[in-house]
Ligand binder design. Structure first.
Ligand code: SF4
Length: 523
């Protein structure tokens, strides 16, 4: 019996930006008795059916966006005599769907760090269960990823997780409901050990794949103090000091390491935190700006964000601390008007964002928005190709609608076209060239241009483009751009890098050249 783990994807680019962390974490969770699992990331290339044999176990991780492709992989695996196990956020929310559409033998719900091992063992001994409840495991039980199984030369960025869960409750996001609102932070030693392993094999750029890298804001602490809640204050301060401890460790890693993470805008009010991030080489962060007006922010329960001129100033504070921002905006909120698109673009330019993404409001399962929308549809349930619109992810991508929530003043097509124009403007060559001035060298400027174009093309291929010719062209472009891009991101492998509370190299094993390089890196 062999174990396969599959990350399904409709589009394959040959090279991918970020390693799908879950594949390598579940590889670590796979019991040794069945040997190393065979990993397939379909964003690189599609699964070869011939690689599956009767008696194999195939684990497929799905989110709403790739569920349909995942179900096709499941049916194909079962036809070839394999046992099929689904997991991931979407299977957690809709386990029955995995049985009905994906030919599942079993479903793992919640965190797979422990439950996956149980499922594999049960299939191995011939006693599988139908449902495995993984729940939310404690931070001490998070599995470190099996980076030794990474294929060479395929990814630009590695991914390491430092915290799961987010205390906020944005209406369009399912993270706080699935991963919980209580942050579960990994010990800094476990995080750094993984990073050292990645540096040894040549990864220099590492995404800290956290739900929210800033789980406690200064406002949270002040609020607890005002309520005289000493226990809560102590709890929040402990979480905060663990973040600082982690960042002080990251600061000791070779100085050409670059981290990227996700963070709430409130961090702009916390200069100590921003300074620690800069020292820790966290040079980029995704910030969910969502909307540029107070009405829009209220609509998505994100009124802790700023709007108007204050928003521009808050975003600039990250830049002032040397942290580049990928700003994320949502279009299609009920308060949006035709001039919202132009106003958003202007904010994105004026706030000095390095990258930006403009997504259309989509009701994702597990969110408050989805529940409201599903309820509202019930009275007059529409179907697309026989599929109820409230199960839109079961409609093939070519015919799947792009917008689901009717807008009070604009048609779906108008909003889609306006969103597309904002993308085209932000990622025009002239705009990218202007923004690329933020990089220190010509090589870095080139990398910036490549990655900007790649990001645009990858999104266009799977996101807002409606016509298939444009999608196919975008996929071709992305395949072409991804290869040279990857080379720009890779670092020199440091096979002898050690960690004894501080990155160092074993001088007996390492040649003088490598030693000098590391000493230089440590400054
Ligand atoms: S959108 Fe971000 S801040 Fe809001 S709940 Fe999700 S992870 Fe937390």
């Amino acid at each position: 019996m062999r174990v396969h783990l599959v990350n399904p994807s409709d589009a394959s680019f040959g090279t991918a930006v970020i390693t799908p962390r879950w594949l390598y974490v579940l590889a670590a969770a796979t019991p040794a008795v069945v040997g190393d699992p065979i990993l397939c990331d379909e964003t690189l290339q599609h699964l070869d059916p011939a690689s599956l044999q009767p008696g194999d176990v195939v684990g497929i991780g799905i989110h709403t966006g790739n569920a349909l492709r995942g179900y096709a992989v499941g049916r194909m695996a079962r036809e070839r005599g394999a046992s099929v196990v689904f997991g991931g956020i979407h299977a957690t929310l809709y386990p029955n769907e995995a049985f009905e559409h994906g030919a599942a033998h079993a479903v793992v719900r919640g965190d797979g760090d422990l439950a996956w091992a149980q499922a594999v063992e049960d299939f191995h001994t011939g006693t599988p269960q139908r449902i495995y409840e993984g729940g939310r495991v404690g931070a001490g039980e998070f599995k470190p990823a099996r980076w030794d199984l990474l294929p060479p030369d395929r990814y630009m960025w590695a991914s390491v997780q430092t915290v799961r869960g987010c205390p906020k409750h944005c209406s369009f996001c399912s993270v706080w409901r699935t991963d919980g609102q209580k942050p579960r932070q990994r010990a800094s030693d476990a995080v750094v050990e993984e990073i050292i392993q990645l540096r040894r094999i040549g990864f220099r750029f590492i995404a800290l794949a956290d739900d929210n890298f800033y789980p406690v804001s200064l406002t949270d602490i002040q609020l607890a103090e005002r309520q005289n809640n000493a226990h809560r204050v102590a709890e929040l301060k402990a979480i905060r000091s663990e973040r600082f401890e982690l960042m002080s460790r990251l600061a000791q890693l070779p100085k050409d390491t670059v981290f990227f993470t996700q963070i709430t805008m409130e961090a702009a009010e916390d200069p100590d935190f921003l300074a620690a991030m800069r020292k820790a080489k966290i040079l980029g962060a995704l910030v969910g700006v969502e909307a540029v007006t107070p009405e829009g922010l209220k609509a998505v329960y994100k009124d802790f964000n700023c709007s108007g001129e204050k928003l521009v100033q808050q975003l600039q504070k990250f830049r002032d601390h040397g942290i580049h921002i990928l700003g994320s905006f949502i279009f299609g909120l009920p308060s949006d008007r035709q001039d919202t698109f132009e106003a958003t673009l202007e904010v994105a330019h004026r706030a000095g964002l390095t990258f930006a993404q403009f997504v259309m409001l989509t009701p994702f399962p597990g969110t408050v928005d989805f529940e409201r929308w599903e309820k509202a549809q019930a009275e007059n349930l529409k179907t697309v190709e026989g599929v109820p619109i409230t199960r839109y992810w079961l409609v093939p991508p070519e015919t799947r609608p792009k917008m689901f929530m009717p807008h009070p003043t604009m048609s779906s097509e108008e909003m889609r076209a306006r969103t597309q124009r904002v993308w085209d403007d932000f990622y025009s060559m002239a705009s990218i060239w202007k923004r690329s001035r933020c990089t220190p060298t010509l090589r870095a400027r080139l990398a910036f241009i490549f990655i900007s174009k790649l990001y645009r093309q990858m999104y266009a291929s799977t996101g807002i483009a409606t016509d298939s010719a444009r999608r196919n062209r975008a996929t071709q472009w992305a395949r072409w751009l991804a290869k040279p891009c990857r080379r720009l991101f890779m670092g020199k492998p440091m096979p002898h890098l050690q960690w004894n509370g501080r990155a160092s190299a074993n001088s007996v094993l390492v040649g003088l050249k490598v030693g000098l390089f590391i000493l230089q890196s440590l400054g």
